[in-house]
Design a binder for this molecule. Structure first.
Ligand SMILES: *[C@@H]1O[C@H](CO)[C@@H](O)[C@H](O)[C@H]1NC(C)=O
Ligand SMILES: *[C@@H]1O[C@H](CO)[C@@H](O)[C@H](O)[C@H]1NC(C)=O
Length: 529
């Protein structure tokens, strides 16, 4: 027993010593909003382990407040103001969310690609301010970073890493039509059973749905390859002074950390340099602030509902908010609604509006019965973590697809924000509260989420440190990146085989014809004789 104890102490000491000897420098190229919230969790842990962190923050950032970031900060000065930038983003978001329902499938693909292109162009300014600033680049070069952590929602992290000649790691959830995942990371995503993001399909597809999913991938590949990426290819070639493409540079990533896992995502193939770390930001609930706790306790045996449409939707139309409030007023539960718009006239006595709620702590509260959500990845993961069933009201981006996953796993009910009536919402709320099916499935997902050999955050940090220790992870990189698209799909091999078959068929028919002709000639000769 004693030796075991002694051994343990030695082992822990060893770990501490090793750790202290291996701290390094991390450069961060973040994206805004929920992406930043997620990235921050990884950075906190890296900071805790003694690594030195430097974050490149554009001057007009919306959620990232550079005065509050507790790491080294390099501000990228841009000529646009925060207000202009917010306005631009609001327009793009508005187009992405409210305008979609009236379009046909084809129009929607083109529209989405256009929105993607517009959004990416706003990130080009940020890129410009980094790569044209020689002084900044030489300062970063001199700092000798070990690794760069980038979010591919905002291009250019890979370009900065390439200029500084350091390994880099991506962390993200998805790219429109999964174009980056498939074309640049080489992630195998067979369209027959891996539904693309924005398809709103599950992994159990009918023939028509598989056709639709195939078209989604193919149409997006064509649009992005020939319409969106070329200007970036040109830009990257110019900056690096050699002909290259965006995808080629992105494909150099040493590790891809995806913010999902099999409690949430449908099972799909993955590569040695991809890790699925969904839910890394989840933590146990803390006690609620006093005013929240009192309100929650006042609900008695009925419990409470937690309602938020996320940080991007500031207000709803008056009609919508009245309609929602009147549905909420009809349930016996108390409701905590995170809402910053005008107070709806129909607000019931059981509903309270808050500018901010401690979402994770509320979801982990034993009195919480359900979560009414816009289906952002972070919120869904908190609900999975605490085993809370959901009523989903998706608005844009991957939110519809997130809800499709939760519905397929039996942990959520859907309500359509555009078309819903007060009664639809009420029925959905009643279903999730009164039917134990949803709670049971949510609890099942929760148990699956918690039953992992290594926690997602620890896995994410492990891979960052792994890449730092080994100066990259090229040994995990599949040879996919060295092939052209037709070699990758073995089109050259198939073409060769088809040519062989054609040649043989040609020879056989020729031979037959020759024989027939010969045979015909001899019989004619015989007949004449
Ligand atoms: C797939 O969907 C079909 C029809 O919607 C259903 O009959 C079938 O049971 C589903 N398969 C699985 C494995 O869930
Ligand atoms: C709230 O919504 C209304 C109509 O949808 C819009 O006209 C108004 O500008 C919005 N206000 C804010 C602060 O976003």
């Amino acid at each position: 027993m004693k030796t075991v104890k002694g051994f343990c102490i030695l082992f822990v000491l060893q770990l501490c010593l090793l750790d202290s000897g291996r701290t390094g420098k991390v450069l961060v190229w973040p994206a805004d909003f929920s992406h930043w919230i997620n990235l921050q969790v990884i950075l906190e842990e890296l900071h805790h382990r003694g690594h030195e962190i430097t974050v490149l923050i554009p001057s007009p950032s919306l959620l990232i407040d550079h005065t509050k970031v507790p790491y080294n900060v390099e501000i990228l000065q841009l000529s646009v103001t925060k207000e202009t930038s917010m306005e631009e983003l609001s327009t793009i978001l508005y187009e992405a969310s409210f305008d979609m329902s009236k379009f046909s499938w084809w129009e929607m693909q083109i529209k989405l690609a256009n929105i993607g292109r517009k959004f990416l162009l706003t990130t080009k300014r940020v890129c410009d301010s980094a790569v044209t600033n020689k002084e900044l680049l030489s300062r970063l070069q001199a700092a000798k970073f070990d690794v760069c952590i980038a979010d591919p929602l905002r291009f250019c992290g890979e370009l900065v890493a390439e200029l500084l000649n350091i390994p880099f790691i991506y962390t993200f959830r998805f790219f429109s039509g999964n174009v980056i995942e498939r074309l640049c990371a080489g992630l195998p995503m067979p369209s027959s059973y891996v539904p693309g993001i924005t398809s709103r399909l599950t992994d159990n597809m009918t023939f028509i749905q598989r056709l639709e999913n195939w078209l989604l991938y193919t149409v997006n590949d064509i649009i992005y390859s020939y319409y969106v990426f070329p200007e970036w290819d040109e830009y990257y070639s110019k900056v690096l002074g050699k002909p290259t493409t965006l995808c080629e540079i992105m494909g150099k990533a040493d590790m891809w950390l995806f913010r999902s896992y099999w409690d949430f995502e449908f099972p799909q193939p993955y590569l040695p340099n991809t890790e699925f770390v969904g839910g890394l930001h989840c933590k146990p609930a803390k006690p609620l602030p006093k005013e929240f706790e009192e309100f929650v306790q006042s609900s008695g045996r009925d419990g409470v509902m937690v309602f938020t449409l996320g940080s991007m939707i500031k207000n709803l139309s008056e009609e919508k908010s009245n309609m929602i409030a009147s549905a909420l007023a009809q349930i016996p539960q108390k409701v905590l609604w995170r809402y910053t718009g005008k107070k709806p006239k129909t607000l019931g006595a059981n509903t309270r509006l808050y500018k901010w709620i401690p979402q994770n702590d509320l979801l982990g509260h034993p009195k919480t019965r359900a979560f009414i959500t816009h289906c952002g990845t972070n919120g869904i993961y908190e609900a999975i973590y605490h085993g809370v069933p959901m009523v989903g009201i998706p608005v844009f981006g991957d939110q519809h697809d997130n809800l499709v996953r939760m519905k397929a796993k039996g942990a959520a009910v859907e309500v359509d924000l555009q078309r819903m009536t007060s009664e639809d919402l009420l029925n959905a709320l009643k279903a999730v509260i009164n039917n134990p099916f949803y709670k049971q499935n949510a609890m099942k997902l929760s148990r699956i989420h918690h039953d992992q050999p290594v926690k997602p955050l620890n896995r994410a940090v492990f891979w960052v440190e792994f890449v730092m220790r080994h100066k990259g992870a090229k040994h995990l990189r599949p040879a996919f990146h060295d092939l052209t698209w037709f070699q990758h799909h073995s089109l050259d091999v198939i073409g060769f085989l088809l040519a062989c078959v054609a040649a043989v068929a040609f020879l056989v028919t020729k031979c037959c014809l020759f024989c027939c002709w010969k045979f015909g000639k001899t019989t004619k000769k015989k007949k004449r004789e």
